[in-house]
Design a protein around this ligand. Structure first.
Ligand code: HEC
Ligand code: HEC
Length: 476
């Protein structure tokens, strides 16, 4: 059927979204197929073309990359606070959302992968194109349904503390209110505890832009910039010929974070807040509705709307400049055992505080959130019925120890629930011991036969692709 997560290698976003996002989205798809098919047919009469991928779309090894996430607190030489870790946990836990989203195992992190965007997420009926999503549909919450299909681009949350007011239309000045609304109104979740909401806000506020050595302090190009980039920068600052009160830099203020925290009508359908241009190379598709794939198209839009009379050379220069400004150092991490274990450690660290405090809500959150992460990790290691790949003993051992870990987590939950804090702490120490020592060793041994290995990955998804009713995407 048409419910399918599509992948597109469009524009600047050649590198993939996180594998987790795609996989979670696939889980979402399966649940949605079951629960929402009649709805789709009723509410959104769609042609079949959404299931067709542009020729040349590739997934390949890119799916094994995950957007790099940088935290302000760590970049400053400190440590992430308990609240930030708690927020990270909640951000990646489907259980904070409600109804359909929870059933579909979607979390905030499904769309904002590692705090970035997810240019590949596509849910037919809710996305007009990959990387967009209609947050006001009937599917997740009847209350917010506005009876039109109006998907918007999933934004990156890097540098979010500079990006108020929130929403493409800047409808909320408070991040806390925005997040509350996402949980309760958009995804029918239960009213979050104050602590969880504080955590989410702290986490989102801690997500930094990726460093970009091409920009010097003050937002000007660094000395090594090329001639074309410099010409682009000059144009960026130059007043528009017909409306001299305007310039690119007037709205995308380089001395700030290349935005002005205001809303403008730039001829794209009403008032829209100025997006930041920092790390924007990884934020395609562009504009609030994701209508443009490339900077060329965006510059073309401004040229038409504001009569800029740009020459071909001008356009090229501006695009070169945007590429320099929008860059980010090492934008993707290679997915693998090391990265996953680091994540498990970070997500479970909330337990260290929550168990002694007998905070059953946070303990449950950690148990479901870390549990989901561990399940994903297990799915990366094909079970031994799969005889087409080697490493039988290694796979067996790795899956067994992961199961052990999940059971230990469940016991923590039970003990805390029963008020046996000492016993829970003892289980937690066992858990930490496993996570820090035994599990990474076992997983490392199994890694060559896991989906973290690109060859295994490819043959696995090729086989999976054959089983799907509509295989509109290329094998990964
Ligand atoms: C199904 C995909 C999806 C999920 C799940 C999701 N979001 Fe979003 N998020 C979006 C889209 C699409 C927008 C843009 C909405 C708009 O502009 O009106 C957005 C916007 C945001 C923004 C505003 C960013 C800005 O610059 O204005 C924040 C903050 C945010 N989401 C946080 C969250 C949190 C926290 C969760 C989980 C509780 C979450 N999102 C879950 C798709 C998603
Ligand atoms: C009046 C303020 C204003 C001016 C002047 C302006 N922009 Fe923008 N820019 C915006 C707004 C608002 C958007 C978002 C439009 C939308 O989402 O529909 C935007 C979007 C963009 C985007 C897409 C970013 C993304 O992530 O979607 C780029 C790139 C961009 N502008 C570059 C430029 C360049 C180059 C110029 C000069 C030629 C320019 N802008 C002039 C306000 C402005």
């Amino acid at each position: 059927m048409v419910w399918e997560i599509l992948a597109s290698g469009s524009g600047k976003c050649r590198a993939a979204s996180a594998d987790r996002g795609v996989r979670t989205a696939r889980a979402a798809l399966l649940a949605l197929v079951v629960t929402l098919l009649p709805l789709r047919a009723m509410a959104f009469p769609l042609g079949g073309d959404q299931t067709v991928l542009p020729a040349g779309t590739e997934f390949s090894e890119e799916a094994l990359a995950r957007p790099r996430e940088i935290f302000h607190s760590e970049a400053m030489g400190g440590r992430k606070s308990y609240l930030v870790n708690l927020g990270d946990l909640a951000f990646n836990s489907p259980s904070i959302l409600g109804g359909k989203a929870r059933q579909a195992e979607m979390s905030c992190g499904t769309c904002h992968v590692n705090g970035a965007s997810n240019p590949k997420l596509f849910v037919p009926g809710l996305s007009s194109r990959p990387g967009t999503f209609d947050t006001t549909s009937l599917v997740f919450n009847a209350k917010t349904f506005n009876s039109i299909l109006d998907p918007v681009r999933i934004p990156s949350l890097r540098g979010a503390r500079f990006l108020a007011p929130y929403g493409h239309d800047g409808r909320m000045t408070s991040l806390r209110d925005f997040v509350y609304n996402v949980i309760v109104n958009e995804f029918s979740g239960p009213r979050p505890q104050d602590e969880v909401l504080d955590g989410l806000v702290a986490y989102i506020n801690d997500i930094d832009f990726l460093p970009n050595p091409k920009i010097a302090p003050g937002g000007r190009l660094a000395p090594q910039a090329s001639l074309t980039e410099r010409r682009g920068e000059a144009l960026f600052f130059k007043p528009f010929p017909k409306q001299t009160e305007l310039s690119c830099a007037g709205c995308h203020i380089p001395a700030g974070t290349f935005n002005d925290q205001l809303r403008h009508d730039v001829g794209s359908g009403g008032l829209v807040k100025t997006p930041t241009l920092l790390n924007a190379n990884f934020n395609a598709p562009y504009f609030h509705d994701g209508r443009y794939d490339t900077y060329e198209e965006v510059v073309g839009h401004f040229d038409r709307m504001f009569d800029l009379e740009l020459s071909t050379q001008d356009t090229q220069d501006l695009v070169a400049y945007l590429n320099a400004v929008g860059d980010g150092e090492r934008a993707f991490d290679k997915d693998g055992v090391v990265l996953r274990m680091k994540e498990v450690l970070e997500l479970s660290s909330a337990l260290e505080v929550a168990i002694p405090a007998a905070d059953t809500a946070v303990v449950s959150l950690a148990v479901t959130g870390v549990g989901a992460e561990l399940r994903e990790l297990t799915e990366h290691i094909p079970d031994i019925r799969n005889t087409s790949i080697g490493g039988k003993d290694e796979r067996l051992a790795a899956r067994a120890i992961l199961k052990d870990l999940v059971l230990t987590l469940r016991r923590i939950d039970l003990e805390v629930g029963a008020g046996r804090i000492d016993e829970a702490m003892a289980e937690y120490r066992k858990f930490a011991q496993l996570v820090n020592f035994d599990v990474p060793v076992a997983l490392k041994k199994a890694e060559p036969w896991s989906l973290f290995n690109s060859n295994v990955h490819q043959s696995h998804y090729t086989a999976l692709g054959r089983m799907l009713p509509v295989t509109s995407r290329q094998p990964q």
